[in-house]
Design a protein around this ligand. Structure first.
Ligand SMILES: [Zn+2]
Ligand SMILES: [Zn+2]
Length: 776
């Protein structure tokens, strides 16, 4: 079906919490987005088609026909359309937009911005397992699944005990639901391991010798313990089966030939149930949670009761409890754990990945978290397309917020340990959104095999590349890599009051409900601002030295007989600084534009000194009130990772005598004051700022902008480090049009060639190591 673009005018967009507040505008329906703009250009709302979860036509009123659009990233927009026919037409079109095959997904059409290349940094399981210490004397790589013969939803290479044989593995895979046999997923430094699988097809009495042998082999990989745990993450019900033992809701499962391990057949095994509800109960729970979000003017009691009856936070707690139990067994009891649910791709993925995150600090870094997602969720076959409902081919009953629960559990942990995670809330929200958006190829399909068949690596962009290119937007400014929380096993005690309602996930578009600014964003802004000013100050100091030196030399030439002439030779930086301070005459009419710069060198020096002095005064934006804390803030506090701090060696000494135009350009390219994030609710381009969106201050004019209004490809002439810095498009144009900018960029380019060469050499050696690991 060819898509027909549509335009509907005089549409009212209603604020869901303030129905009196309405914006009148136009809806444009393009092949990828629904866009709403108001005629004065004060507001724009963009909704990606693949994020739309439901479109409902509500009962017609006197004003018109309301159409409610809900998205998978928790936007709820109500449009009041004047003509019923237009509304019905839009309703029908939007409801037909969901693709009926993988081939029609957005990632195969998406054209990324220029800075993002179609490069996939391959996930090499071998590298990750090697980091954990496998293979070793107890664990080996098994290639029996290289053609997906053993299990079509597992990765081609699996890690199993060295004592196993292929026959044993094939035997076990036949006995496990969907062929998902027990394989290694996490190895702790103390030798204890987490293995994962699906339920056994044991029915009421069936047994499998190979499966029993495989579990004994797993038990023997751990020299510290002669027993191991099997953790079933399904809820048990109070149905007595075989004397006093309580068993899972698996009576039906058993009748279907499925079930759980029979203790009588597996020796030295301890069984433990860590109950987590199934996908259907979780789906209903999220629906109830969203109804809570929709409540208009509830009392505190009504709100809390509704939140409680959604059970959402109880489910998050049960996932966390299971993960903490596993982490405790591994770290304290030093015993192996085998985890499974029914098919081993939902609750098992949640528990294995969360317990690994608690056990290993590496997974709390941005790079490590990526590895965790790649390993536990992507390569072990979480059914992203079915659970997120990417296409019409999957059953609606298959949809479930399993991945969202994992993301939220990580967020809850990051609230308990705010300094232990390298990534911020925006990173988690972005990961959640893009598992639904289909913009990148990573989360397409239900397993590794699906993505291989679709050739996603050749045909789509990678989400991880997007993260890497914008990594500073996703860093937690409170992260302390050296703190004990960041380097230890985390074993929190989770009470009901520990868990919070995640306002910036579920209400991110309801600006009235959110705090004006969160501490993380304010800190990031302060660190960036301080970085820009100190970098600029270093350049100004350098220029003052150079100009004073030239000025003094000139004086020496003209008044060669004078014995009082000073020279810069042998004078160190602090002496020069003292002298500059002494000589400084602040020019009240100072302006950094070239037109106002006097050709006399002394006057330029004074202009620079004046700006330097202003920078060295504490800027008003560094107030304790705004930053939310007082006392210990220091711009040199290394633990406050700045978004744009570059390695020291990246600074390039251009070694040329600057022209007056260049100095003017330098003076004119750094803003002293930055606008606070609190003020604007939308960008100058009309895009509303939601809480998940990164706001930028343009380093040249200091104003707030959204991602699409910022350019990051300009080496700012006013920075000593010559680093790339974010500037708005207007400023970028202005800098680029400066006559001396071309010379400056050419210099930066030529001077950075050596740096790029060394980087390429490092990358090459890295890929050779990866190749070596692959070949093994
Ligand atoms: Zn600007
Ligand atoms: Zn913008």
């Amino acid at each position: 079906m060819k898509f027909k673009h549509k335009t509907v005018e005089n549409v009212r967009l209603t604020d869901r919490f303030n129905t009196r507040q309405q914006i009148i505008g136009t809806i444009y329906l393009t092949s990828t987005h629904l866009i709403f703009t108001d005629p004065e250009g004060k507001r724009e709302t963009w909704i990606l088609h693949s994020l739309i979860s439901s479109v409902d036509k509500l009962p017609t009123t006197q004003q018109g026909c309301p159409l409610r659009v809900r998205t998978k990233h928790f936007l709820s927009a109500e449009f009041l359309i004047p003509k019923e026919r237009d509304c019905a037409d839009l309703h029908a079109t939007l409801n037909q937009l969901k693709p009926d095959s993988y081939e029609k997904l957005y990632c195969f059409l998406y054209q990324a911005p220029n800075y993002l290349e179609k490069i996939w940094d391959p996930f090499l399981p071998a590298t990750e397992y090697m980091r954990m210490g496998a293979p070793n004397q107890h664990w080996k790589i098994e290639d029996g699944n290289s053609n997906f013969d053993m299990c079509d939803t597992y990765p081609p290479l699996i890690y199993v005990p060295t004592l196993t044989s292929k026959a044993m593995l094939f035997g076990s895979s036949k006995f496990r639901s969907r062929g998902r046999l027990p394989v290694l997923t996490y190895l702790h430094p103390n030798g204890a391991s987490i293995t994962r699988c699906s339920q056994p097809l044991s029915g009421f009495s069936a047994r499998c010798q190979e499966d029993e042998q495989l579990l004994q082999c797993i038990l023997r990989t751990n020299p510290h313990s002669n027993t191991m745990y099997i953790i079933d993450t399904r809820p048990r019900v109070s149905i007595p089966v075989k004397s006093s033992s309580l068993r899972i809701n698996a009576v039906a499962n058993r009748a279907a030939g499925k079930g759980y391990e029979n203790e009588g057949y597996y020796s030295n095994i301890q069984f433990k149930f860590c109950p987590i509800e199934n996908i259907h109960i979780m789906r209903t729970s999220l629906q109830k949670l969203l109804e809570v979000s929709d409540m208009k003017n509830p009392t505190m009691n009504q709100y809390l009761n509704a939140l409680d009856s959604s059970s959402w936070l109880q489910h998050i707690k049960s996932v966390l409890d299971a993960a903490i139990f596993i982490a405790r067994v591994i770290d304290i009891e030093k015993k192996n754990v085998l985890v499974h649910c029914s098919d081993g791709w939902d609750r098992t993925a949640q528990c294995c990945s969360l317990s690994s995150l608690l056990l290993c600090p590496y997974y709390r870094s941005i790079h490590g978290f990526r590895m965790l997602i790649e390993k536990e969720w992507l390569s072990f076959g979480h059914k992203f397309s079915d659970r997120c409902g990417h296409t019409t081919t999957s059953d609606n009953k298959e949809q479930s917020p399993v991945f969202l629960q994992f993301i939220e559990a990580v967020w809850q942990l990051s609230q308990i340990y705010p300094t232990a995670f390298e990534f911020n809330e925006r990173f988690l929200i972005s990961l959640h959104d893009h598992s639904h958006s289909c913009q990148y190829g990573n989360f397409i399909g239900n397993c590794e095999k699906d993505r291989l068949d679709l050739c996603v690596k050749e045909r789509t962009y990678s989400f991880w590349n997007f993260i890497l290119q914008n990594v500073n937007d996703f860093k937690n400014p409170l992260f302390r890599p050296q703190s004990s929380y960041a380097s230890e096993v985390l074993l929190p005690v989770i009470n009901a009051q520990t868990l919070k309602f995640w306002l910036s996930m579920y209400h991110r578009f309801d600006s009235a409900l959110l705090p004006k600014e969160n501490i993380s964003n304010t800190l990031t802004r302060l660190v960036d601002h301080t970085t820009s000013l100190s970098d600029h100050a270093r350049l100004l100091e350098k220029r003052i030295r150079e100009l004073n030196s030239t000025f003094d030399n000139n004086q020496t030439t003209t008044t060669s007989s004078s014995s009082t002439t000073t020279s810069n030779e042998g004078v160190d930086d602090s002496d020069i600084e003292k002298r500059n301070h002494h000589n400084n005459i602040c020019l009240p009419e100072f302006d950094s534009g070239l037109s106002d710069v006097d050709i006399s060198q002394g006057r330029i020096t004074n202009s620079i000194s004046s700006k330097l002095n202003t920078i060295l005064q504490p800027p008003p934006s560094l107030s304790d009130v705004e930053s939310g804390f007082s006392g210990d803030y220091s711009p040199h506090n290394k633990a406050l990772s700045s978004s744009f701090i570059l390695p020291h060696q990246s600074s390039i000494d251009l070694n040329d005598i600057p022209t007056l135009e260049r100095i003017a350009l330098e003076l004119n390219s750094i803003a002293l004051d930055w606008r606070s994030y609190n003020a604007p609710v939308h960008c100058a381009c009309s895009l509303p700022f939601d809480s998940a969106q990164r706001k930028y201050n343009c380093w040249r004019c200091g104003e707030n902008y959204c991602t699409r209004c910022i350019e990051r490809s300009i080496h700012l002439p006013g920075l000593y480090s010559n680093s790339l810095a974010p500037v708005c498009k207007t400023c970028a144009r202005s800098i680029k049009s400066s006559p001396s900018f071309a010379d400056f960029s050419a210099l930066v380019k030529s001077k950075s060639t050596d740096f790029i060469r060394s980087q390429t050499a490092m990358k090459l050696s890295r890929s050779m190591i990866d190749q070596f690991i692959n070949d093994r």
